[in-house]
Ligand binder design. Structure first.
Ligand SMILES: [Ca+2]
Ligand SMILES: [Ca+2]
Length: 438
């Protein structure tokens, strides 16, 4: 026992002891084998030397004359020199491991990552009155389109022409091309568009139950959401057409039958809504790929084009985000799923100007609109606001929506009434330009 009764300096003993303990491998030590080899004999010799130093300091018989002090100083110098040599021999072999450990610690440091906030709940977003002038009016030629119009798509004006309004009808399966005649949208009378053009499956047969459509760009390339063939069994699909082609009907250029990826729904409760999400938007907003559990990277989906398709399922109100492989044969991968919070969904439109997605539910939900966008923190489509219908809009079977570009602070907002109540199908009001939620 080293007690305070010893005449030798207890302070020197106390200061020296911790240094001995550091030099012993602790239980379970995992010193690198190379480090152990390099230490070799020098370490053993050094330990013996240090123990001798400690014995000298701790031995009360050693005395404390000047020669002893000089001897101790000389030995201390040797000890320091050997310690540096010993330490360098040990640490030079474990420097790579220490560097890797430091990098891992920095990567795991909470301050090196952006804070992750919980996704706002659907119930947290406000439900507000319609933000527009609430002056709903008819916007088509009464009696011209008839019933079963379930999808609208507005294409803005270009240097080559005026805006175009497109519409799809199921039963019979027809796509309409319309131009503004000064008071209403009316079918284009050129190139055989007067009564619309029929849509077929790729085989050239069938009557796709078309419920929504989207143009990813200003060309004639269009995707159509389909519930089934005519009145047949459920077959939720996305069909691609080139409506710039000549003729009175179009055969699908490509087909994706997504039935296997979806819950079983009744034959007329399949895809009712469809929109296109550009890759540029998704990557800018740090959209999260739920399939690969990482940030969405378009390069992970060869031949998918320049964006993803978001399709709404009438049977459960879900919004399914797909990468469609355009190679032959076609295939698909689901990248994400978004719950609308409704039991059903009728229309989807991605707003390129505001970077938001509008969803609409018809009289099943008392006619409401919901605005989603990708929260850059969570990478998920998140509900921002729910809008009640304009009080001047009848609570009808509004299964399609679209809106125009910004003009004079407002954007004209359109609905398609599948039931053609009163003979009119297309109705309009407006929403303010800019971000569509407070
Ligand atoms: Ca629809
Ligand atoms: Ca249908």
């Amino acid at each position: 026992m080293l007690a305070a009764s010893r005449s030798e300096s207890p302070r020197a003993v106390c200061l020296f002891r911790p240094r001995f303990s550091v030099l012993h491998d602790p239980p379970g030590s995992r010193a690198h084998p190379a480090a152990r080899r390099s230490l070799g004999t020098s370490r053993s010799t050094f330990m013996e030397f240090l123990n001798a130093q400690r014995s000298t300091f701790e031995d009360p018989r050693a005395g404390a004359g000047p020669h002893v002090v000089i001897q101790r100083l000389a030995r201390t110098e040797n000890a320091l020199r050997n310690f540096l040599l010993y330490g360098w021999g040990m640490y030079r072999n474990i420097i790579p491991a220490l560097t890797i450990l430091l990098i891992l610690l920095l990567a795991a440091c909470p301050g090196s990552k952006p804070p992750v906030q919980p996704e706002p709940s659907l119930a947290a977003a406000a439900t507000l009155a319609w933000p527009g002038p609430n002056a709903t009016a008819n916007a088509d030629v009464a009696g011209a389109l008839g019933g079963n119009i379930s999808g609208l798509a507005y294409q803005g004006s270009t240097a080559c022409g005026a805006p175009t309004m497109w519409a799809v009808k199921n039963g019979p399966s027809v796509i309409y091309k319309m131009a503004w005649n000064g008071t209403a949208w009316a079918s284009v009378q050129t190139d055989g568009w007067g009564a619309g053009k029929a849509l077929r499956y790729a085989s050239g047969t069938g009557s796709p139950d078309a419920e929504d459509l989207v143009f990813p760009d200003a060309s004639g390339n269009v995707y159509v959401a389909v519930e089934r063939d005519g009145s047949g069994p459920s077959k939720p699909s996305i069909l691609q057409y080139d409506v710039s082609a000549a003729g009175t009907s179009f055969n699908a250029v490509r087909e994706w039958n997504l039935t296997a990826d979806l819950p079983t729904v009744s034959s007329n409760a399949g895809f009712e809504a469809l929109t296109f999400l550009p890759d540029a938007y998704l990557t800018f907003r740090k959209f999260r790929d739920e399939r690969l559990n990482k940030l969405y990277n378009p390069a992970d989906y060869p031949n998918h084009g320049s964006g993803l398709l978001m399709a709404g399922l009438e049977g459960n109100g879900g919004m399914y985000v797909y990468a469609l492989n355009h190679s032959s044969p076609t295939s698909f991968l689901r990248v994400a799923f978004v719950a609308s919070g409704w039991p059903s969904i009728m229309a989807l439109v991605y707003d390129r100007e505001a970077g938001s997605v509008w969803a609409w539910c018809d009289n099943t939900c008392s006619n409401q609109g919901k605005v989603f966008d990708v929260d850059p923190v969570t990478g998920k489509f998140t509900l921002r606001v729910t809008y009640l219908k304009p009080s001047t809009l009848g609570n009808y079977n509004h299964e399609g929506i679209t809106f125009a570009e910004c003009s004079m602070g407002w954007r004209t907002f359109y609905w398609a009434d599948d039931s053609a109540t009163g003979g009119n199908v297309i109705r309009r009001d407006a929403i303010p330009c800019g971000r569509p939620y407070p």
